[in-house]
Structure formats: C-alpha cells, structure tokens
Design a protein around this ligand. Sequence first.
Ligand code: SF4
Length: 403
Amino acid sequence: MHHPPPAPDDDSGALFGLDALPTGSARHTPDLPGAAPAEDRPGPAFRDSAAARRLLPVREIHAEPAAAASPRGRQVIARFPEARVVTVDSHWRIPDLHGNEGNVDRWVRVKGETLVLGEKKTLTVRPNGRSADWIAPGASNGCAMACAYCYVPRRKGYANPVTVFTNIDRILSHLARHIARQGPKPEPNQCDAASWVYDIGENGDCSVDALICDNTADLVHAFRHWPTAKASFATKFVNPDLLHLDPQGRTRIRFSVMPQDDSRLLDLRTSPVAERVRAAADFVDAGYEVHFNLSPVVVRPGWQDAWAELLRHLDDVLPARVKQQAAAEVIMLTHNRDLHEVNLGWHPSAEDVLWRPELQQPKRSENGATNVRYRNAVKAEAVDALRALVDRHAPWLRVRYAF
Ligand code: SF4
C-alpha cells in the first residue's frame, strides 16, 4: 500500500471537533487560501486527453442533491456531460454500486465509469507521526485504480469508485483552523524538519482526483499560503496537469514504487513504475518536493534482487536535484483476510505472493477487520535487508521510516 495505514472511517468521529462555522461560510471567502476559481488557472490539458478518458470514461454520477447543486458538484457534472446523474440519499452506502459481487471486469468498469458526489459530514484531523504528522480530512474516498493489496475498498467493497467530496471549502477552512492552532512546528522530526506535514490523500489518489475536479488543485494552492504546514500525498499515477499548480515547495508528492514484476502482478490501472520514476524530475522542477514510497514491500522468492534492481534504476535515472531532496518511506505489506478471499476469485496469482500464512501474523485493525502483517522476526529481517539495499544502491536516499 502506498498510503499510510488504514483509516477507520472517512466519516468517523471527530478528534478535533469542527468549530462552528458561521451560516453560509461553506462558500469560498476572499481570505480563504485556495479559493482561486478554476477558470483563472492555466488550462488543464491531460485530463481532457484520450489517456485520461480511458481511465475515467464516466457514464454515471451518483450524487447527493446538495452535492450535485454545489459549485464543485456542478463542475464535475459539467466535465462529464454524457454521464447520467442519479440522485442518492447518501454517498456512503449505495447497494447497487459498492460490494464485492461480480468479477473484476465489473469492478474495473464501476471504478472507471462511475463517480459519486457527496458532502463530507464529519471533518477530522488525526495524528499520524509516521508518514505525516497529521492525516487531513480527505477530499475524496475511493480510487479509479485497482491494486490487489489496496486497503481503500475494505469498507465499501472492491467495486468502490471515487467519491468526490464537494464541500472542499469546509475541508479547507477546517484545515486552516487546525494549522493555525498548531502554530510553528517546535522541533524537527522525521516527517519534516520545519513544517507540520498533512497527508491529504489517505483514502484515494490525489493525482487521479485531479482528473475529475479541482479539489487537489485547491488543496495544493491552499498550502502555499500556510508557511507552517506542508501537504503530502502518495500516488501511483502520473498526472502532468499537476505540473501547472505551482506548489511553491509546500506540497510533497510521494511516488510509490515497487519492482516492475511485482507492479505488473499487483498494480492494476496505475502508471508504469518507470514512468513514475521518470516524472520525478519534472515534479521537482515544477516546485514539488518529491519523495518515494518503497511500498508495499512484498516478501517473495527473489524479492531482494528485484528491489536491488529497482534501487539501481533510481540511482541511474534520477538527476542530482531529485536525489538531493529525496527521502523514502518503507512500508511492508499489510494484507487482509476478506481481501484475500475476494482476490482468490479473480486474481489468485496475486495471492501466491500476498497471502503467506507461514510468514504472517494477524493484526487487529482499528476498525476490527482481520489484517495480517509479516511476523515480527520476518519483518525485522526484511526491513534490515531493504535498508542495507538502499545503503548499497541508493545511498543518497534517506529512509524517513520503515514500517
Ligand atoms: S492507487 Fe488506488 S487502488 Fe492502488 S493502492 Fe492507491 S488507492 Fe488503492
């Protein structure tokens, strides 16, 4: 998984309650960063391309009425004029849509051809401390890609298309207040030397979200104005439109990479790993901080050789300006019994490497699901081995944490 460990629920109870908003404040206000209207920005090109349409040939939009009527909702509906709009009471449970029934063709179709528009009701900022200092309330939930180990669909089932949260203004004002309350970061930590880091893409992929609407752009723009904070998100998709957002160093993009053979088996619909690596220099030049997620690390025969090859590839192709600012997270595979059962139905060869009971132990997750992770000794040995490989083949790559 290229994202931090699972969220219990994107709408779960508030850790930091939402301060009362004055009536009507859920619209853009002049002093709210990130409020530049879409039409003031450089025209996006990639999201109108055939490649983007192939990933998201949207035919149906399930929308809560208020979400459909909102400016962001109207933007999404206008982007896909041929899509049928279906009214739903709640974005959270749509029985015809969510679930594990059917086969992968259906799931992939649902992920590409369907969007959901909803309003995020409960806004929370949760402490993390590993990948980021804080997990921000996400502006989406779900993903158009289909990685076999992904935790994102665990609650809604594998047929889990992107839900766009249309009340981005409320998300931004909630973040603004949280950031203001923290003040400057008192001391450096591995998340960042100077800024509080907020993960903005825990339950989806912000690069893909940017094909759909301006939520990602609004977040990137907002963080430009918050000198004590930095946005961060992991991605497996190269979206060149993000190069026009001028993040001014306040957004960290974390390209998730894994050996090509693992990726071919396990990552569906993502950009090829070599493309993600190639994009790193362009993103640095465009003003992003670029880190790498070495994740998930899947222990299988030959895994160390495969990672050595990938690290040598990073060393060969990345220019000095990328290496100088790069850092990495190492995340060992976490899997899940239900997902294992689902995958056996459509992609059993993935389970040959993902489901290794002889190497794994149960791990009770926050939401009560039965997850598995590598046994302590297996994991410790694998983490040491991977760190040694980084030292040997990509010594410039600082490992921020290995988990
Ligand atoms: S790219 Fe999408 S499907 Fe793959 S791990 Fe990330 S959220 Fe899950």
